[in-house]
Design a protein around this ligand. Structure first.
Ligand SMILES: *Cc1c(COP(=O)(O)O)cnc(C)c1O
Length: 387
């Protein structure tokens, strides 16, 4: 098989082969970890492709960038040192005086970056509930240059209709960026729905094994690629070769892992939904989810994250998250191992009380990142903790 032309293959095949070919030096089947800072030039200015210095390009990173681009159905990828580093690169497309429109419950680190680092430098910010299309249209003022949305959102798992927002944004000067960390390309393809840029925290499902921090951007637009590549080279928050290797190893099983995450999460969502100690379950795969129909339309699976409200007080919720044994009490998500957390006390503690309440993040709210262990063991663990 010619690995350079993997794009004609189905998703599972591209997971394993896209961007990778036997190493030209030895024909090693696995892309090596190129631990090098520089490259020998045949004559001044004469070097292979873009390989003059590893901040500009590194072969392990290039393989990952091509792999992720292929999985998202785009032509160009850029890999960063973290998810927020990739978001930071996108903000650099804006200048002082520009406005950014954010969906109202973006990842906390995303909001902190826009609000506390870039707003003081003159970039204006508006937040809007993008499930409300009229409100979104009104918020798309003339000065908006970047629209940033996340779907499903964290932790309340709202589903935003990407195609509908893309149609509005297309009529303006703004660029639409979608953070696809929660869904991954295995379940959702934002470029095909009209997004201009996709952002990832590869720390989560793409890495999938809780052993690295990384980020990536994917686009189909040549001009955006050139601008973002210039920003990546200039700002320098690149993905190192070892981390690039680990993500590449992980995307080979992305299709299988996501399938199991989705199957287990659906079973657990249904189980908790019927549990007498649980008040309410939020999972896009349940018919009771307010945007279930949009999720069915734009996603091929409903993901591995479940949010639920435990009956009682904060102490009941605290006891639930403390008493699980298989589900580890930890922040982050998307790994093969199951995690449980209390957003009000943990991941979303820095959000002011009033805003947290408005987003539905209260004392009873618990978030599960359902891993790929045996689902019967997972359910038994949740039951004993609730009992
Ligand atoms: C974790 C996360 C980020 C930030 O990524 P890091 O790798 O932690 O820098 C951004 N967006 C979403 C949706 C995330 O879950």
């Amino acid at each position: 098989m010619s690995h350079d032309h993997a794009d004609k293959f189905a998703f599972a095949t591209r997971c394993i082969h896209a961007g990778q070919r036997p190493d030209p030096a030895t024909k090693a089947i696995t892309t090596p970890v190129y631990m090098t800072s520089t490259y020998v030039q045949d004559a001044p200015g004469e070097y292979v492709e873009r390989y003059d210095y590893s901040r500009a390009a590194n072969p392990t990173r290039s393989a990952l960038e091509a792999n992720l681009a292929s999985l998202e159905g785009g032509r160009h990828g850029l890999a960063f040192a973290s998810g927020v580093a990739s978001i930071d690169a996108v903000i650099h497309l804006c200048k002082a005086g520009d406005r950014v429109l954010l969906s109202d419950d973006v990842y906390g680190g995303t909001f902190r970056l826009f609000k506390r680092v870039y707003e003081p430098m003159g970039i204006h910010i508006t937040r809007v509930d993008m499930t409300d299309h009229d409100a979104t249209r009104q918020a798309l003022t003339d000065d908006v240059r970047l629209v940033w949305l996340e779907t499903p959102t964290n932790p309340t798992l709202k589903i935003i209709d990407i195609a509908a927002i893309a149609e509005m944004v297309k009529k303006t000067e703004a660029v639409l960026a979608v953070d696809n960390t929660f869904a991954t390309p295995a379940l959702q393809l934002p470029l095909s729905l009209g997004a201009d840029i996709i952002s990832h925290s590869t720390t989560k499902y793409l890495g999938g094994h809780a052993d690295l921090v990384g980020g990536a951007l994917i686009t189909d637009d040549d001009e955006l690629l050139e601008r973002l590549r210039f920003i990546q080279l200039s700002v320098g928050a690149v993905c190192g070769p070892m981390d690039a290797f680990l993500v590449l190893r992980s995307t080979k099983t992305l299709h299988l892992r996501m399938q199991r995450h989705c199957e287990n999460a659906m079973r657990i969502a249904e189980h908790l939904d019927a549990h007498k100690k649980i008040e309410k379950v939020i999972y896009p795969g349940l018919k009771s989810h307010p945007q279930h129909e949009i999720a069915k339309k734009q996603m091929s699976g409903f993901g591995g994250i479940i949010t639920c409200y435990v009956k009682g007080t904060i102490d009941d919720a605290r006891r639930f998250v403390s008493d699980t044994k298989l589900f580890s009490l930890a922040e982050s998500l998307g790994g093969v191992e199951s995690l449980i957390e209390h957003p009000g006390i943990m991941t979303h503690a820095s959000i002011p009380d009033a805003e947290r309440a408005a987003l539905g993040i209260n004392d009873q709210l618990v978030r599960l990142s359902v891993g790929i262990e045996d689902v019967a063991d997972q359910i038994a663990d949740l039951d004993q903790a609730l009992a």
